[in-house]
Design a protein around this ligand. Structure first.
Ligand code: TRP
Length: 353
């Protein structure tokens, strides 16, 4: 039974369950993306990348490297985008996103997106954007007193990203939900106005607990300087873990610890085998293990996760042109879809001169 109170922007679990082809893959298309503003870290891995690796087996997966959206906050350094795009692609390939299952797209190469964004911008009010809670939070975090047109409007451009590829589902965390609601509103309005048949996207909510930062901050983030990057070498990871905040009340290894308030223990819960985690909890609480040993154990757990990723990373690092070819192939495939959608859009709007 449909839950009446369910948020209409969130996909119901059973909606796509019968829409599978013979290989067990759903026909539904998902679209996700990242701004290429720097290397991806363990927070991204737990929060979205790991999920995408699983989703690509079930859905027709499109992943957008949103370099235009990156310009909303990094417009003063466009020359960094090329390297950042490459590094994000390396991160994707390292974690196990495979080009046979996922179409990776460079946003700025799909110029149709700019056109669709302009069309959408005609009937979305500035107030709707100004009151978007995610925009508000982000602007506050970044200390913006005034909002640039492009920044304020990025949920509109994101709507174009989703609509142009006819994505059914967008895997997101709760903070992105206002954007999906807005996207649905825009698409609905477009369809009403012009009798079009754009797809109202739904959020595929994947709310994983946020990975806290090495400094105990609630969020691991590049800008807070508290992140372990997927591309960090093992020595760097080891020394980063060494500096991580633990239970401050513990001076000697024999002092009873409080795993529930310890950053390192929260990582153990995420990255270590459950037996090790249980032992650590027991030994820390009983003052039987010191923080140095506990951190070494964590380092080993994280290292084990990263070893197979580093092998893939190394393979592609030595084959730069293969990585770009993957990006260009994905982008070309996506471009065909985008130009077809834009053709339909203009036809619907009767501006297909
Ligand atoms: N907003 C996303 C981010 O900040 C990137 C993004 C751009 C995106 N377009 C999208 C995500 C479309 C989902 C769907 O990382």
């Amino acid at each position: 039974m449909e839950n009446k109170k369910r948020n209409p922007a969130i996909a119901s679990e059973f909606k796509f369950e019968n829409a599978q082809n013979t290989s067990g893959k759903s026909y539904a298309r998902i679209l996700t993306g990242d701004r290429p503003t720097g290397p991806l870290h363990l927070g991204h891995f737990c929060g979205s990348l790991k999920n995408r690796v699983a989703l690509q087996n079930i859905y027709d997966t499109f992943i957008l490297i949103a370099d235009v959206q990156a310009l909303t906050t990094n417009f003063d350094h466009p020359e960094l985008l090329r390297q950042n795009i490459f590094n994000v692609a390396l991160d994707y390939l390292a974690v196990g996103i495979v080009p046979e299952k996922s179409t990776i797209i460079i946003q700025s190469m799909i110029n149709e997106l700019a056109e669709l964004t302009i069309f959408f911008s005609m009937f979305i009010s500035i107030n709707a954007l100004k009151h978007n809670p995610t925009i508000k939070t982000e602007a506050k975090e970044r200390g913006y007193k005034e909002l640039n047109y492009g920044f304020l409007g990025y949920p509109v451009s994101q709507t174009a990203d989703i609509a142009i590829f006819k994505a059914d589902l967008v895997p997101v965390g709760l903070d992105q939900l206002p954007h999906i609601e807005l996207s649905r509103k825009i698409v609905r309005r477009f369809n009403e106005l012009y009798g079009g048949a754009l797809i109202e996207p739904e959020a595929l909510l994947s709310e994983f607990p946020k990975l806290i930062g090495l400094d105990g901050n609630l969020k691991m983030s590049k800008s807070y300087g508290n992140a372990i990057f997927l591309s960090d070498d093992f020595d760097t990871i080891k020394s980063k873990i060494k500096t991580a905040l633990t239970d401050k009340s513990r001076i000697h290894p024999s002092d009873p610890g409080h795993p529930d308030i310890c950053t390192i223990f929260s990582y153990h819960k995420t990255f270590s085998e459950s037996n090790l985690t249980k032992n650590i909890e027991h030994d820390c609480t009983g003052g039987l293990i010191g923080c140095v040993q506990c951190k070494n154990n964590l380092y080993e757990s994280i290292k084990n996760i990263l070893i197979p990723m580093n092998e893939k990373r190394q393979y592609y690092k030595e084959r730069t042109s293969e990585v770009w070819d993957i990006l260009f192939a994905g982008t070309n495939k996506a471009k065909k879809i985008a130009s077809e959608t834009l053709r339909e859009v203009k036809e619907n709007m009767k501006i297909n001169y």
